[in-house]
Design a protein around this ligand. Structure first.
Ligand code: TXD
Length: 281
């Protein structure tokens, strides 16, 4: 598969590294407004591919015409929230970056599946949809897999079980209003603790690193790419018929979203803020 990555920063470059090590791409193209950064990452990743004995074409460019007929394009391009900047301001700036990028993807890779990573995630999926003109089933946002993994870790810690056996998922918006669902036996207090820790997980990492998490977000994107390649279910942000977007369980294939797995929790998602913000983009 030919996989393009727009934004060769922390998440973008880690996605590339995982794709190389797991033999998931025949070709990788990095595009970043910071041409030097993309070139440097490309050279480092190319060397990594030789060390791992992989034959993968890896390039970097600012020229979108090189993104011709790619199968999957991941958008991580954007800016991070500066001090004093409101969520609305960030949404507007990143929506214009994601919007421009989406138009270019549509021009050169009209059959691609787009995975959006840039925050604020659900709104950026909408911006991508509006600007690419793609069908809803070709655009998916990564957040639910990341938030669910964080919830699994928190449940496992509390119950002293292994995170891989923790039965808990996160749906809805990728913000403080996320909806957690578990079939595990937890008390009300335990549930609240897991919820609080999951909501704060990203901010805690940012406090420690001075930048947002990137290993886990990159791995979550790669999980989605595997589901596209081999078929499989993931939690991802997808648009509904009312052009509202939030995290749901979906079945993926090479054609994109095959099916949304219905779940009663979707009815309890508060979409009012999303609707307000999408109008302001
Ligand atoms: O769950 C999730 N979806 C997320 C999302 C989890 C963690 C972080 N999340 C968001 O992903 C984060 O808030 C950012 O909006 C994106 C990317 O995060 P990353 O940590 O990779 O940010 P970087 O390292 O700053 O990389 C962004 C790159 C950087 O190299 C910029 O030069 C580039 O984007 N950039 C652009 N590239 C191409 N075109 C344009 N216009 C552009 N603008 C910035």
């Amino acid at each position: 598969m030919k996989i393009g990555i727009i934004g060769a920063g922390n998440i973008g470059s880690n996605i590339a590294s995982l794709l190389i090590s797991q033999d998931l791409a025949s070709e990788i193209l990095l595009i970043d407004i910071n041409e030097k950064l993309a070139l440097g990452k490309m050279l480092d990743l190319s060397t990594l591919s030789v060390i791992l004995d992989k034959n993968i074409k890896i390039n970097s460019t600012l020229d979108y015409s090189k993104l011709k007929d790619f199968d999957i394009v991941v958008i991580t391009a954007g800016i991070t929230r500066k001090e004093g900047q409101s969520r609305e301001e960030l949404a507007k700036i990143n929506a214009s970056i994601v919007g421009e990028t989406s138009k270019k993807i549509a021009e050169f890779s009209p059959n691609a599946i787009i995975i959006v990573v840039t925050n604020p995630l659900d709104l950026m999926v909408y911006a991508c949809y509006k600007n690419s003109g793609f069908n809803k089933n070709k655009i998916i946002g990564m957040a639910g897999e990341l938030d669910s993994a964080r919830a699994k870790l928190n449940l496992a810690k509390l119950k002293n079980i292994s995170p891989t056996s923790a039965k808990i998922n996160v749906f809805g918006m990728h913000n403080d209003e996320m909806i957690i669902q578990t079939s595990q036996d937890v008390t009300k207090d335990e549930f609240q603790t897991i919820k609080d820790e999951t909501i704060n997980a990203g901010a805690n990492i940012t406090k420690l690193l001075g930048t947002s998490a990137y290993y886990a977000p990159a791995a979550a994107v790669v999980k989605m790419i595997k589901a596209i390649k081999n078929g499989g279910n993931v939690i991802a942000s997808v648009l509904d018929d009312n052009e509202i977007c939030f995290g749901k369980e979906i079945k993926l294939s090479k054609k994109g979203v095959e099916k949304i797995v219905e779940n009663e929790v979707y009815k309890s998602v508060d979409t009012s803020n999303f609707i307000k913000l999408k109008k302001s983009l």
